[in-house]
Structures are given as structure tokens and as C-alpha cells.
Design a protein around this ligand. Structure first.
Ligand SMILES: Cc1cc2nc3c(=O)[nH]c(=O)nc-3n(C[C@H](O)[C@H](O)[C@H](O)COP(=O)(O)O)c2cc1C
Ligand code: SF4
Length: 595
């Protein structure tokens, strides 16, 4: 390795205090400088940090946004999520291939443009969209593409070096603001109220509000904070989950754009309640364009005495927040994977228990909460538990942000009170002739029109925020297949039921879709789905079969019209079956002659 490159790497490692837990940031910075992470580069990083090379390789090979193969000048990552495909992503993809002169998964002949597909980037309300050198570009038409490629080749625009929200083309699309998250609040007013109480009383107020986590599972927030506070440790940590990787979800993006201050207020209150001095925001890599704006907002709060030492004049209450940027892995939204990633490792889920409240970041008690949960907690402190608990339903108090996308006139973010029914939401979003609604993303439930009276709440249809609408002309089984593919791609591969099971589910579905399935295959599909659900190690595998299982239940005709009777034997195409093996081996099979 050239000595100037080696010095660059060593300087970067030094800038991060040779801290092993900052390995993700170090690798990202090195990649920005040198274009990719070669074997030699990783060796130099490992040496400078004093860790084995395998730890650097292990981490870097896990994340989609680290590039280990070749220097890349410009990377176009076209989002191929379900809603993007519904909005004619394919035409945009073809236009990119034509303009760049290469297919997706390849680099242009002059080496200047790399084309890749990427799962949901949190822009389903303005599809088709892409990350171009990490900057989101939305509502792309095929006609825009030649200009984009020309600009890139001229080195004009979309450079990671000057990433900022100002450079990104993202609409906020806040369609309906409600009374909790998107109503104005005076900076610091909730913190001051909290500081007038003991940390235990703050937790009591959150408990009385009956606030439940907005990340999907709905765990009571006060109870989580209480477990964390009560666990002894060298330090306690507040962690904000801003990974927002569930396809079709983009509501945290709008909070981070419109009211990041409310989030910081909620995190600081959590810090006071659980006894933490440090908080982290795990920001998905796809939202890197928000990083600078969020940093400025944090700095502003430090100047106002709302972060840092002796917050709001309270002697001894010190708390600050650091933003950790992710690198493109859906599983890192799962809280234990997120913590591993925050420690600078690959994002493999941990065994649970122990839960993060007792054994979290650096094995210390940590509370992981969703962006929206922290915001709601701040409003509870400001306006009181009584005010909050009157909104919504008995077991689901407050409001919920929905990211509505797909076949409707007004895609965007809606703040609704818990308890609203699907039919009303569809009317609000201007959706007609709806075949199905996917509530809670691929891992949620596919709801049929007969159930549009069902309501959004923990008692009935819980959701982290994704609400995708499919019109009557959509091929629903094709959508289920895309979800199945998504889980195959995103499985971290650690446990067999998920690693193998997701692929078997996809293959079985393909067999049925091709007309080669019998009613026995349907039964096997369901059994396999239930096994993957039951036996997988983390929430990803435990929900990966949901697109299949919920459509089998709610749309049985989708499947039954395709399958034959029990005694059906599908045709077997010997050459087709052998083709992948031949390609892999690079030779024809040896056929032994009969003696
Ligand atoms: C595969 C997977 C992805 C997840 N993604 C997210 C996410 O993007 N944001 C989030 O808040 N929670 C996500 N969760 C849930 C988190 O593990 C965790 O329950 C949540 O952050 C807790 O916050 P809450 O109590 O405020 O809901 C995910 C879970 C799984 C299994
Ligand atoms: S369930 Fe899937 S994502 Fe979770 S640990 Fe197992 S392989 Fe990894």
C-alpha cells in the first residue's frame, strides 16, 4: 500500500481516538477517502486499531453500503421496494442501464458509474427513488435519467462529500398533523417539568399515560425505563432506534426533518429517568442526508444548555447525544442487532434474554426506543398523563404516525388517533377500488376488504407505521413473492430456520405460482411458514412468513385457483434442474455409460 494511503488511514483511526467501537465510522470514512475497502486497507485499519483483521472483514462484509471489491466513483442505488415497482421503477431502471451502459449489479465500461438495487430507502411516498452517492433523489422519471448520468460523469452533483439535507430532493409530505407529535412545543418545557420531579416520578407519569413503544411490539415505555433504571451498571444508555427499515415506512424521516427537537427532548428526559449520561441515535444509512442538520440542532441545544453539563440549570444532570450512522442492513432495526452495530460489529442479533434493559450497549443497561416513542414521551411530560391517555383507545393511548403509500391520491405521513378504521384511512388517503392493505410492512398483516372495519391499535392491528395500499389491478401474489425475496435477502444467516426456511418458502411459492403445485404444497407452505415463525432466533425470522401466512388466511383463492389435486405430479425438466449446477461447476455432468 502506498505510504500516503497508509497515513490517511492512520489519521482517520486517530481522529476516532483509536476506539474499536467506532469501527463503522472509521471504515466509512476510509471508504469515502479511498473509494473502497481493499484487503490491504482493512489490514491497515486492523493494525492501527490493534485488532485482528477478521474483525474488520467480519464487520465490513456484513453491510450493503461497504464496498470491498473495486473503487467506485459514483454509485446509483435504485430502490426496488414493492411500492417503487408499482410506480414504474422498471422503466427508470432501464433508463439507467441505457444511460450508464451497464446492467444493475455492474459498473459502466468507463468505470464511472456503478448500478445497484437496494431495498426500501424510506421514500415510498415519492417513488421511484434512488440513493445517488448516498443522496436521495425522488420521483424520478425515465426522462430525468440521462441528465443525472451526465451530471455524475461531469462530477457535478450528488457528492457524498457535501451531503446535507439541502442537497437532497425529498418532499416532507406531512399530510395530517395531529395533537401529539406534530403540534408546537416550546423548547425545553418538557425537560423543565421532568426536572421538577424525581426520576422515579417521571417514570410514574409515563406509566400513567400508558404509552407503548411505537417501534412495532408496543412494549410499555414506562416499564422499560423502570427495568433499565433499576438495573445496576457502570453506566446506563439511551438509544434511539432511527433505523426505519420496514418497507413502506417513512414516518421517522418526517419527524427527523420536522421536529428533531422533540426527539432530543424525549431522549434527554429518558436520560434523566433511567440515569444515563449518554444517548445514541442509530440513524439508518439511507438517511445520511439528514446528519448535518441533526448535528446543527444538537449543537443549538448545547448552546441553550439543554444538552451537555448541568442541563437546564440542574447541577449534576449531564447528558449528551451522538449520532451513529448505519450502513444498509434491515436486521439492524432489531434492537440487539442495533446494539451490536453501535459497538462497531456486524449486526447479528443477540440471544434474548438477557434484554437490553439489563444487558445492552457495552453490556450495560440500555433503553432502546423508537423515534416516535421518545417524542410522545416528551409530550406526556409537557401536557400530563391525563391529557395523553384520553386520546386513542384503552390499550393504545395517544396518536400513531402512519406512512401511507401505494395506490392512493395522497401518499404521505398521517398522525391519527389510535382506533381509526382502515376504511376511514383509505378515504382520507383518496384510495379507491382497493384489493388489500398491508399493515405493518411485510412482517405485518395483509388485510382484505371484508376486514376494512378493523382498527389501527395494539388490540387489533398494530403497526410500526407502514400502511401500503394495493389497488384491485395489482398482482397480489407477485407482491407476496417480492416480500418473500426481501426476507431471503435480509436474513442475517445466523440460524437455520430463517436462513434456509426463507429460501424454502420462496421456492415453494414459486412452484405454486408456476402452476406446479398441488394442494399438498399449500399445506406444506403453511406448515413451513409456522415452523420458521416458531423456530427462528429473532423477530426477523419470526415474522418472515407473515406475508404468506396472512394471505393464505385472508386471500385463500389467490392460492387455491393455482393448485392441482393431491395426486398431481409436476413435470420434471432434467436440463432446467441441472442448469444452475452446471453453471456453478463450469462443466457438463459426466454420464457413466451402461456396461
Ligand atoms: C427485523 C426487525 C426490524 C426492526 N426495525 C425497527 C425499526 O426500524 N425501528 C424501530 O423502532 N423498531 C424496530 N424493530 C423493533 C425493535 O427491535 C425494538 O422493539 C424497538 O426499537 C423498541 O422501541 P419501542 O419500545 O419504542 O417500540 C425491529 C424489530 C425487528 C425484529
Ligand atoms: S431469525 Fe434470521 S435474522 Fe434473526 S438471527 Fe436468525 S437468521 Fe438472523
Amino acid at each position: 500500500m502506498a505510504s500516503d494511503q497508509s497515513s490517511t488511514i492512520k489519521a482517520i483511526v486517530k481522529a476516532f481516538d483509536s476506539d474499536r467501537s467506532r469501527l463503522m465510522d472509521i471504515a466509512q470514512k476510509v471508504q469515502d477517502e479511498l473509494g473502497y475497502l481493499s484487503e490491504e486497507t482493512m489490514e491497515t485499519i486492523a493494525e492501527a486499531l490493534g485488532i485482528p483483521l477478521v474483525e474488520v472483514r467480519d464487520m465490513a462484509s456484513f453491510y450493503a453500503f461497504f464496498n470491498l471489491e473495486e473503487k467506485r466513483e459514483n454509485v446509483v442505488r435504485l430502490c426496488n421496494a414493492v411500492v417503487e415497482k408499482m410506480k414504474d421503477m422498471d422503466s427508470v431502471g432501464r433508463a439507467f442501464e441505457k444511460a450508464a451502459g451497464c446492467a444493475f449489479g455492474e459498473t459502466s465500461p468507463d468505470g464511472s458509474i456503478r448500478l445497484e438495487y437496494t431495498p426500501c430507502i424510506g421514500m415510498s411516498d415519492q417513488a421511484p427513488s434512488a440513493l445517488i452517492n448516498d443522496i436521495p433523489v425522488t420521483s424520478i422519471c425515465p426522462e430525468d435519467v440521462p441528465r443525472i448520468i451526465k451530471d455524475l460523469k461531469a462530477g457535478k452533483k450528488y457528492s457524498r462529500a457535501n451531503v446535507s439535507s439541502a442537497g437532497a430532493e425529498v418532499d416532507k409530505n406531512l399530510i395530517k398533523a395531529g395533537s401529539v407529535i406534530f403540534s408546537p412545543m416550546e423548547k425545553g418545557s418538557a425537560i423543565r417539568k421532568a426536572l421538577n420531579m424525581s426520576p422515579e416520578d417521571v417514570i410514574n407519569v409515563i406509566n400513567q399515560s400508558r404509552l407503548r413503544g411505537r417501534g412495532g411490539a408496543g412494549f410499555p415505555t414506562g416499564m422499560k425505563w423502570n427495568f433499565c433504571r433499576k438495573t445496576k451498571g457502570d453506566a446506563h444508555y439511551v438509544i434511539c432506534n432511527a433505523d426505519e427499515g420496514e418497507p413502506g415506512t417513512f414516518k421517522d424521516r418526517v419527524i427527523l426533518t420536522e421536529c428533531p427537537d422533540l426527539l432530543f427532548e424525549g431522549m434527554t428526559i429518558a436520560g434523566y429517568a433511567i440515569g444515563a449520561q449518554e444517548g445514541f441515535i442509530y440513524l439508518r444509512g439511507e438517511y445520511l442526508y439528514l446528519f448535518e442538520t441533526l448535528q446543527k440542532e444538537l449543537e443549538r441545544r448545547r448552546h441553550l444548555g439543554l444538552l451537555g453539563k448541568n442541563i437546564a440549570g440542574r447541577s449534576g444532570f449531564d447528558f449528551d447525544i451522538r449520532i451513529q450512522v448505519g450502513a444498509g442492513a434491515y436486521v439492524c432495526g432489531e434492537e440487539s442487532s442495533l446494539i451490536e452495530s453501535l459497538e462497531g460489529k456486524r449486526g447479528a442479533p443477540r440471544d434474548r434474554p438477557p434484554y437490553p434493559v439489563t444487558d445492552g450497549y457495552m453490556h450495560q443497561p440500555s433503553s432502546v426506543n423508537n423515534v416516535e416513542t421518545f417524542c410522545a414521551a416528551a409530550r406526556v411530560m409537557e401536557k400530563g398523563a391525563g391529557w395523553f391517555s384520553k386520546i386513542g383507545t384503552k390499550d393504545s393511548t395517544g396518536t400513531k404516525l402512519l406512512s401511507i403509500s401505494g395506490d392512493c391520491a395522497h401518499p404521505g405521513v398521517y398522525e391519527i388517533e389510535y382506533g381509526e378504521c382502515i376504511a376511514d384511512l383509505l378515504e382520507m388517503a383518496g384510495a379507491k377500488d382497493v384489493q388489500a392493505v398491508q399493515v405493518g410492512g411485510p412482517s405485518g398483516t395483509c388485510v382484505a376488504p371484508k376486514d376494512f372495519g378493523r382498527t389501527i391499535c395494539f388490540e387489533d392491528l398494530p403497526t410500526g407505521g407502514s400502511f401500503m395500499i394495493f389497488g384491485k389491478d395489482r398482482d397480489l401474489l407477485d407482491i407476496v413473492h417480492q416480500f418473500a425475496e426481501f426476507f431471503v435477502e435480509e436474513s442475517c444467516g445466523w440460524c437455520v430456520p430463517c436462513r434456509v426456511g426463507t429460501t424454502l418458502l420462496k421456492q415453494k411459492l414459486e412452484k405454486i405460482m408456476a402452476g406446479n403445485g398441488s394442494s399438498l404444497d399449500l399445506k406444506e407452505l403453511e406448515d413451513l411458514g409456522n415452523t420458521v415463525k416458531l423456530m427462528s432466533r429473532c423477530g426477523l425470522g419470526q415474522t418472515a412468513a407473515n406475508p404468506i401466512l396472512t394471505t393464505l388466511q385472508n386471500f385463500p383463492k389467490l392460492y387455491s385457483r393455482l393448485v392441482k389435486g393431491d395426486d398431481f405430479v409436476p413435470p420434471f425438466d432434467y436440463e432446467k434442474a441441472l442448469a444452475p449446477g452446471i453453471e456453478m461447476a463450469g462443466r457438463q455432468p459426466v454420464v457413466e455409460e451402461e456396461v
